[in-house]
Design a protein around this ligand. Structure first.
Ligand code: PLP
Length: 399
């Protein structure tokens, strides 16, 4: 049950990298569309269909505007996972005559790693680079492994687990120089840092509305239309929607919600980022003040404004979370928690099992308050110090 304490909304939600609460403006707009706009956007023989089609095109322009693209370069999908699949598989099939090699990194989200693995099963060659200890991949490291048969480089803008930013503009310049296509999974970056496909040399970009206060079940893929014109083999064939690239009746309310979420993100990106950065710094400073023997994971500066991933040395994370029933955080990425995977991102960054296994991700968002951060600092500090004093005999300090 949910209850309000001044500006502390219980339970405290600090898991915005997994999914964000919808912005009330988006909820209102979508509710209106759900109530009144049931036309099929592909059926233009009456006003209902025409209005639905207009709604989709308005949203397309809003999405394009946020990333510096043109509306005709946006294809709506159901998720970032679908967008990444379409990008990787679509390029691999379309450019199979030109080459059969893809470069990516082991620290990518499964939305990229899984389709890359599937392509490998089909005979493609995939190079998965290891990141540095901050979780970064350099343009130089990618450049070294790009060869004659390379058709695509896929690098995420921001890591979902630790928040580290990749040098996307440098990777984009390198990809252009080597004449390979560049797909960027920008799912965690959108709405948190500025992303511009022209300035960053991105040819394909995946994003998902529920990561920036839009609805679940709707995403987009940006596909460059000129210099170079990127072509893709469709992965969902059907009624020819989205220029034949992605069949299926449009999720009109979801698409409208995504469009508005993009417009809001564009209008208040600086303000949102400043607020999130302040909350991030407050959380980190509070932990450092109250708790000894902790490590911030990820790059110290080149990081998302909202992501604080900390290893609490000597603490069993499951026990810590049990002691925090009214704080929602993540131990590992949402897609891997609940499995035995000891957080593969931290492991590929070179963290030992102790450090990877004692890490917790705190990700505030647009609607997080200072009071919620203070509540979290107090509760987590008390729980960690209590567990450590109870576990003295088995306490192992590895940092
Ligand atoms: N890529 C990254 C970096 C993510 O963080 C996520 C979700 O956590 C995804 C892709 C997948 O997004 P979706 O759930 O919309 O498919």
């Amino acid at each position: 049950m949910s209850m309000e304490h001044n500006t502390v909304k219980m339970p405290v939600y600090l898991d915005n990298n997994a999914s964000t609460p919808m912005d009330p403006r988006v909820v209102d707009r979508m509710t209106d569309v759900l109530r009144h706009e049931h036309g099929h956007p592909s059926n233009k023989t009456h006003g209902f269909g025409n209005r639905a089609a207009d709604l989709v095109e308005t949203a397309r322009a809003q999405v394009a505007e946020l990333i510096g693209a043109r509306p005709q370069e946006i294809v709506f999908t159901a998720s970032a996972t679908e967008s990444c699949n379409l990008a990787l598989k679509g390029v691999a099939e379309m450019y199979s005559q030109r080459g059969n090699h893809i470069v990516t990194s082991v620290s990518e989200h499964k939305a990229v790693l899984a389709p890359a693995g599937r392509l490998e099963e089909r005979g493609l060659s995939v190079t998965r680079l290891a990141p540095d200890s901050y979780g970064r991949i350099s343009a130089e490291a990618i450049d070294e492994v790009v060869g004659e048969r390379t058709i695509l480089v896929s690098a995420m803008a921001a890591n979902n687990v630790v928040g580290t930013l990749n040098p996307i503009a440098a990777i984009g310049r390198m990809a252009k120089r080597r004449a390979v296509l560049f797909h960027c999974d920008a799912t965690q970056a959108i709405g948190k840092i500025p992303i511009n496909v022209e300035a960053m040399g991105i040819d394909l970009l995946s994003m998902s509305a529920h990561k920036f206060h839009g609805p679940k079940g709707v995403g987009a893929l940006y596909i460059r239309r000129q210099a170079p014109k990127v072509r893709l083999t469709p992965q969902i064939d059907g009624g020819g929607q989205e220029g034949g690239i992605r069949g299926g009746t449009h999720n009109v309310p979801g698409i409208v919600g995504m469009g508005l979420a993009c417009e809001i993100a564009a209008n208040q990106l600086d303000e949102d980022a400043r607020r999130m950065r302040a909350l991030h710094d407050r959380l980190l400073t509070g932990f450092l003040r109250n708790i000894g023997n902790i490590n911030l994971n990820g790059h110290p500066d080149e990081r998302l404004p909202n992501t604080v991933n900390i290893s609490f040395g000597g603490v069993v994370v499951a026990e810590l979370l049990e002691n925090l029933p009214d704080i929602a955080v993540s131990a590992g990425a949402a897609c891997t928690s609940g499995t035995d995977d000891p957080n593969y991102v931290l492991r590929v960054m070179g963290c030992d099992e102790q450090r990877a296994g004692t890490s917790v991700r705190f990700s505030p968002g647009r609607f997080t308050t200072v009071e919620e951060i203070d509540y979290c600092i107090e509760k987590v500090s008390t729980a960690v110090n209590k567990l450590r004093s109870g576990n003295k005999s088995s306490f192992v300090c590895t940092f």
